[in-house]
Design a protein around this ligand. Structure first.
Ligand SMILES: NC(=O)C1=CN([C@@H]2O[C@H](COP(=O)(O)OP(=O)(O)OC[C@H]3O[C@@H](n4cnc5c(N)ncnc54)[C@H](O)[C@@H]3O)[C@@H](O)[C@H]2O)[C@@H](O)CC1
Ligand SMILES: Nc1ncnc2c1ncn2[C@@H]1O[C@H](COP(=O)(O)OP(=O)(O)O)[C@@H](O)[C@H]1O
Ligand SMILES: [K+]
Length: 478
C-alpha cells in the first residue's frame, strides 16, 4: 500500500525537523537525491553521465533551489549544466551561488542539444498554470523532463493539470509522495521518492498495490462449499440491454468461486453462456444471497425503481450501478436510511445526477462529500478511480492505461466488486480491489498474447475474458 500526502502534511513534517529545515540540510538532501536520479536517467538514456548536457528551468522559490543545488552536484560529475532563471532577482541565493561556483552557466534560453531538462519552476508552492515566461521556455523543450517534486502547473493536492503545464518523464519527490503523483500520474511519469529524513503521518489517501489485492482476494479453502464463500445476486439487463447483464454476471462468475444468482429478463442468454448461474424470474423466487448488484442495463421505469427500493430495504450489502444510480438520484433517502454497506459506482455523469452538481476539478473532495452525505461508499470511475466512504482514507487507483474506456466495461466492474462484497470484503476494499483487477485485465486484454505488444483497442467482452488472467498474475506476486 502506498500513501499520498497533502502539501500541508508535507510542510508540517518539514517544519517539525526544525534546524534541518532552517539550515538548509533538507534542501541539500533533496538536491543530492534529485541529482542522483538525473544521473541515473542520463546513464540509462545515453550510457554515460560525464559529458552530457542538462538544462535547468529555475523558479523563484525553494523548488528552484533544489534544481540549482542539484545542478552544482551534476557539474561535479562532469555534466554541462545551464540554467534559465525565471526571476533572476529572486532565485534561491545559496543555490545559485553553489551552481555558479561549480561552473554552472546562467543563460537566457535553453540550448536545443540537451539530454535532459529539469523542471524547477514550482513545487508545493505552485498555483494555477505555468506562467507565460515559464511556458515560453518549455514550448521549445524537446528533451525529456525531470520534474522537481511536482510537474509545474499541476496542483499538488487535487492533481488538476492546468494548461499549460509540464509533462514529466520522471518526477523526483522528497520524503513522501504527494497526492498529485497518483491523481495526475500520467503527467508525472515515473515517480521517484527520495528519503530526506522527515516523518510524515499516516496518509489520508492510499493506493492498494498488487500484493494487497492478491492477499485480500477471496479463494476457496479446504472447508468451503458453494454457499460458504458468499453468493452474489445480480439484477441487471432488460430487453433493451441484455448485454449489460451478461457482462456483469460473467464478471461475478469469474471473480470468485461459490455461486452467482441472476434475476432479470436476460436469463436465457446468460445461461447459454454461463450455465453455472442460478437464474430466477423475480426477487421472490431468487433465493438467498450475501450481496446484491443492481442496475446495469436494468432500466429506469417504475418496475426497475421498485426493485432498487426493495433491494435497498434489505439488510444485505448492495452495489448500485448505472440505471440503478439514475433511479436512486431521485430517492437518496433509500441509501441514507440503510445500516448495511452500500457501494455506489457512478461514472462522471451518474455522479452529477446523484450529487446534483458535476464532479468538478477536485474529484477527491467531491467523492468524499457525496459519500459522507449518503452514508455510503462511492467509487468514481475513470482513468483514476477514487473510492471514499467519508471515514477511512480515500483509496485511489491509477489504471495505468485507458483501454477500459469502452462501453460495457463498467458492467464488468460492478460484477467484480459485487462478488467481492458477497465474499465479505468491506465496501471500500471490494471497490478498490475490483478497480485494480479491472484495470489490469484491460491492459492484458489490449496486449493480447504478445507481451511486447503496444496493445490494441478492446471491447468489454475481451476485458471480461481477461479477468481470470489478471487475478492469476496478481496472486502470483503474493
Ligand atoms: N522546505 C524545505 O526545506 C524543502 C523544500 N523543498 C522544495 O521546496 C519546494 C517548495 O518551495 P516554496 O515553498 O519556495 O515554493 P515553490 O518553489 O514551489 O514555488 C514558489 C514560487 O513559485 C512562484 N509560482 C507559484 N505558482 C507559479 C506558477 N504557476 N508559475 C510560475 N511560478 C509560480 C511563486 O510566486 C513563488 O515565487 C518543494 O516543492 C520542494 O521542491 C525541498 O528542498 C525539500 C526541503
Ligand atoms: N480513461 C480511462 N482510463 C481507464 N479506465 C477508464 C477510463 N474511462 C473509463 N474507465 C473505466 O472503464 C469503465 C467504464 O464504465 P462506464 O462508464 O460505467 O461504462 P459502461 O456503462 O458502458 O459500462 C469503468 O470501470 C471506468 O473506471
Ligand atoms: K517542479
Amino acid at each position: 500500500m502506498l500513501g499520498y500526502h497533502s502539501a500541508d502534511e508535507i510542510r508540517a513534517a518539514e517544519a517539525a525537523t526544525g534546524d534541518l529545515l532552517a539550515s538548509g540540510v533538507l534542501m541539500r538532501r533533496a538536491a543530492a537525491g534529485l541529482a542522483g536520479v538525473v544521473a541515473a536517467e542520463l546513464r540509462a538514456r545515453r550510457g554515460a553521465v560525464y559529458g552530457s548536457r542538462v538544462g535547468l528551468v529555475v523558479g523563484a522559490g525553494d523548488n528552484g533551489g533544489d534544481a540549482l543545488f542539484a545542478g552544482a552536484n551534476l557539474r561535479a560529475r562532469g555534466v554541462a549544466v545551464t540554467a534559465v532563471l525565471l526571476a533572476p532577482d529572486r532565485a534561491h541565493a545559496a543555490g545559485l551561488a553553489a551552481f555558479r561556483r561549480a561552473g554552472g552557466r546562467v543563460v537566457d534560453a535553453l540550448g536545443h542539444d540537451l539530454d535532459l531538462v529539469v523542471d524547477g519552476v514550482v513545487g508545493l508552492g505552485g498555483s494555477g498554470p505555468l506562467r507565460p515566461a515559464a511556458a515560453a521556455v518549455f514550448e521549445h523543450v524537446r528533451a525529456p523532463v525531470v520534474a522537481v517534486d511536482i510537474p509545474s502547473g499541476v496542483d499538488a493536492d487535487t492533481g488538476v493539470v492546468h494548461d499549460p503545464s509540464v509533462h514529466a518523464a520522471v518526477t523526483v519527490t522528497f520524503g513522501a509522495r504527494r497526492r498529485a503523483h497518483i491523481l495526475a500520474a500520467d503527467q508525472c511519469g515515473r515517480v521517484e521518492c527520495v528519503d530526506i529524513g522527515i516523518d510524515v503521518p499516516g496518509a489520508r489517501m492510499v493506493a492498494l498495490d498488487d500484493h494487497d489485492v492478491a492477499t485480500n482476494w477471496p479463494v476457496p479453502g479446504p472447508a468451503d462449499d458453494k454457499y460458504s464463500q458468499g453468493v452474489t445476486g445480480i439484477i441487471a439487463g432488460s430487453d433493451r440491454f441484455p448485454g449489460a447483464a451478461m457482462l456483469c454476471t460473467g464478471a461475478a462468475v469469474a471473480a470468485t468461486s461459490g455461486m452467482v444468482r441472476y434475476v432479470g429478463t436476460a436469463a436465457g442468454d446468460i445461461l447459454s453462456r454461463h450455465p453455472e448461474v442460478v437464474a430466477a424470474p423475480d426477487l421472490d423466487s431468487a433465493g438467498r444471497v450475501q450481496a446484491w448488484v443492481i442496475g446495469p442495463g436494468a432500466g429506469t421505469d417504475d418496475d426497475a425503481a421498485d426493485k432498487v427500493h426493495s433491494i435497498l430495504a434489505t439488510d444485505l450489502p448492495v452495489l448500485v450501478d448505472a440505471d440503478g444510480l439514475t433511479v436512486l438520484a431521485a430517492h437518496l433517502d433509500w441509501v441514507q436510511q440503510r445500516e448495511a454497506p452500500t457501494l455506489l459506482t457512478p461514472h462522471a455523469g451518474e455522479f452529477a445526477r446523484l450529487a446534483g452538481a458535476p464532479v468538478g476539478s477536485d474529484r477527491v473532495t467531491a467523492v468524499t462529500d457525496l459519500a459522507t452525505r449518503l452514508g455510503a461508499t462511492v467509487l468514481l470511475k475513470g482513468r483514476i478511480t477514487v473510492v471514499a466512504d467519508g471515514a477511512g482514507p480515500v483509496l485511489v487507483n491509477d489504471a495505468g492505461a485507458s483501454w477500459a474506456a469502452t462501453a460495457g466495461a463498467g458492467d464488468v466492474l460492478s460484477g467484480l466488486a459485487g462478488a467481492l462484497l458477497a465474499a465479505g470484503l468491506t465496501a471500500r476494499v471490494a471497490a478498490a480491489s475490483a478497480a485494480r483487477v479491472h484495470a489490469h485485465a484491460a491492459i492484458l486484454a489490449a496486449r493480447g498474447d504478445d507481451d511486447t505488444s503496444a496493445g490494441a483497442p478492446i471491447g468489454a467482452s475481451d476485458l471480461l475474458a481477461a479477468i481470470r488472467p489478471a487475478i492469476r498474475e496478481m496472486r502470483s506476486v503474493a
